[in-house]
Design a binder for this molecule. Structure first.
Ligand SMILES: Cc1cc2nc3c(=O)[nH]c(=O)nc-3n(C[C@H](O)[C@H](O)[C@H](O)COP(=O)(O)O)c2cc1C
Length: 211
């Protein structure tokens, strides 16, 4: 089994999101010590630019044709990232909320990999996801509290966005572990919420491929 871990916070040791993620991987280690983890830190790794040639290639694929030779060089790194994504059996995303949604690093990665022919295709019945039977856990942290029923819930564009983009690719089994509020109610609440999330994350790791 291989898991792709996508990191979208630049804060390293300081990151609350990664503190919760650690508990997930401890649970996974208990469950599947041989599971391979491919770590992709999109805040550090240089992602391909979506130049005019790269974008033109997307339209060629949307039209159901293969990439012409002159667009292939602009697509070689995009295809490497798509292949790396598709080679995983499951996914963990560690992402803080930035301005109600995902940090731009993660948005960039999504714009790179979410390509027709590879992750989805159009059919007469609408788009069809091509990434079948794969699970995803998304670990987030937020300064405020956006949980269902809270006054800010309508401003959570992070969870619905992630569900929409990976849902387009066919990944429908997505579990969110959201730590909140991390900043709004001070350090004691922050610690308590991180602890709660770590428990949930450890359980999610213990049952990730087997539950
Ligand atoms: C650029 C930036 C934008 C942010 N935007 C929001 C936001 O819209 N809503 C919110 O509740 N917190 C926001 N925050 C706070 C973070 O979501 C919060 O501190 C989170 O725990 C950081 O996660 P990390 O420690 O894993 O990086 C923002 C932080 C940064 C740096």
């Amino acid at each position: 089994m291989k898991l792709l871990h996508i990191i979208a916070t630049p804060r390293g040791q300081e990151s609350r999101t990664l503190k919760v993620t650690e508990a997930f991987f401890e649970g996974l280690e208990e469950n599947l010590p041989d599971c391979k983890v491919d770590t992709l830190d999109v805040t550090k790794e240089k992602l391909p630019e979506l130049t005019v040639k790269a974008v033109n290639g997307k339209y060629v694929l949307l039209g159901g044709k293969d990439l012409p030779d002159d667009l292939k060089p602009a697509w070689s790194d995009i295809i490497k990232h798509i292949e790396r994504f598709l080679s995983a059996d499951g996914y963990v995303i560690s992402s803080p909320m930035w301005n109600f949604s995902v940090p731009y690093y993660l948005k960039h990665y999504i714009d790179v990999i979410l390509q027709p022919k590879y992750l989805f295709k159009y059919t007469e019945k609408g788009p069809e996801g091509l990434v079948k039977n794969k699970k995803m856990v998304v670990i987030t942290s937020r300064g405020g509290d956006y949980s269902p029923g809270s006054p800010s819930h309508a401003y959570d564009f992070q969870e619905p966005y992630i569900r929409a983009v990976f849902g387009l690719a066919g990944i429908l089994d997505i579990t969110f572990i959201n730590s909140q509020p991390m900043d709004a109610l001070g350090p004691d609440v922050q610690k308590e919420k991180i602890k709660e999330s770590q428990k949930t994350a450890r359980k999610a790791g213990q049952s990730f491929f087997t539950g």
